[in-house]
Design a protein around this ligand. Structure first.
Ligand code: F6P
Length: 339
């Protein structure tokens, strides 16, 4: 029987298990192929670390966080011998095509491997919601809900103390989580890489708000905003920049400008952990089913994407184009509620 492989690579994201379950169930229903799970992203393909996946393995996992396959940022072109070891794993397991669930970095690697002959179907994944060619990615809704809940909570404690709260959320280069959560929770200012407000302007908003008798302000900060003092971020074991903590640099500057005590909460990986929202489960399931259908039909070098209400196939190249930033119109609406 023909075999379809599936791997999850890069940072994890709520909804990965729903994709895996959907692929296994859809392929199982077709009856013509088997599914092999590849462990820990590209690492499993490089080191021939795989496991068969059947219906029993995916029962009840749509609502669980993380990924049952594990993930890593291992890249065959950076940490391995490119396609050579992967070719051996494919042959050993009889894998015809691989469904790759990952962010823009993973999809870029998938495209290089496709150039060398790997049959790939991409499924876009990131809580950052910034992958080109898809209107939205799963995991984003969950992250926004978690951040919104956190900001709601920060408001009440901030008000008791007449404080300014900075809530730092994820978003390496684009501020989708910051803008959506900030808008939903009524943030007084939102700092994102695409439209970075000068701190003096943020301070003015806060000063005028407190002059009007408000006893707190909440500022949402995307982790990827330019820090006041440019210092190279530390890197992880795979050479990937570790962001997080820019709000600690911003807080004292804002405190000096406003005169109000300013505290920081960095939400970090809490935004990526735990159960996906119903919206993310549904989206991940639809994307998984579409990817399975493409693989079953012999498709390759494609990515599944959300276009309005439909799931469509686009060339893999489209998914690795320049990441998608927050549109100016959305940010303009959020600005209406500042202060
Ligand atoms: O790209 C998704 C993301 O969650 C970013 O928002 C964040 O900067 C990064 O992953 C963190 O990755 P890691 O868990 O590997 O540090």
């Amino acid at each position: 029987m023909s075999v379809i492989g599936i791997l999850t690579a890069g940072g994890d994201c709520p909804g990965l298990n729903a994709v895996i379950r959907s692929v296994v169930t859809r392929v199982g229903a077709a009856g013509s192929h088997e599914v092999v799970g590849i462990k820990n992203g590209w690492q499993g393909l490089m080191e021939d670390d795989t496991r068969p996946l059947g219906q029993e393995d995916v029962r009840g996992i749509a609502g669980t966080g993380g990924t049952i396959l594990g993930t890593s940022r291992m890249d065959p072109y950076v940490h391995g011998d490119g396609f050579a070891s992967i070719r051996k794993t494919l042959a050993h397991n009889g894998i015809d095509s691989v469904i790759v669930v990952g962010g823009d970095g993973t999809l870029r690697t998938a495209l290089h491997l496709a150039d060398e002959g790997l049959k790939v179907i991409g499924v876009p994944k990131t809580i950052d919601n910034d992958i080109a060619a898809t209107d939205v990615s799963f995991g984003f809704d969950t992250a926004v809900q978690i951040a919104t809940d956190a900001i709601d909570r920060l408001k009440t404690t901030a008000e008791s103390h007449n404080r300014v709260m900075l809530c730092e959320v994820m978003g390496r280069t684009k501020g989708w989580i910051a803008v959506h959560a900030g808008l939903a929770a009524g943030a007084d200012a939102i700092l994102i890489p695409e439209h970075q407000m000068p701190l003096e302007e943020v301070a003015q908003v806060i000063r005028s708000r407190h002059r009007r008798g408000r006893r707190y302000s909440v500022v949402v900060v995307a982790e990827g905003v330019r820090p006041p003092r440019a210092t190279p971020p530390p890197t992880d074991a795979f050479g990937f920049d570790r962001l997080g903590g820019v709000a600690y640099q911003i807080a004292p500057e804002l405190e000096a400008l406003t005169g109000f005590e300013t505290r920081v909460t960095v939400l970090g990986h809490i935004q990526r952990g735990g159960t996906p929202t119903a919206t993310d489960r549904v989206l991940a399931t639809r994307l998984g089913a579409a990817a399975a259908d493409l693989a079953l039909g012999g498709g390759e070098r494609l990515m599944v994407a959300v276009h309005s209400t439909r799931i469509e196939a686009v060339p893999l190249e489209a998914g690795v184009a320049e990441t998608r930033g927050v549109d100016a119109q959305l940010f303009e609406v959020a600005r209406t509620f500042f202060g």
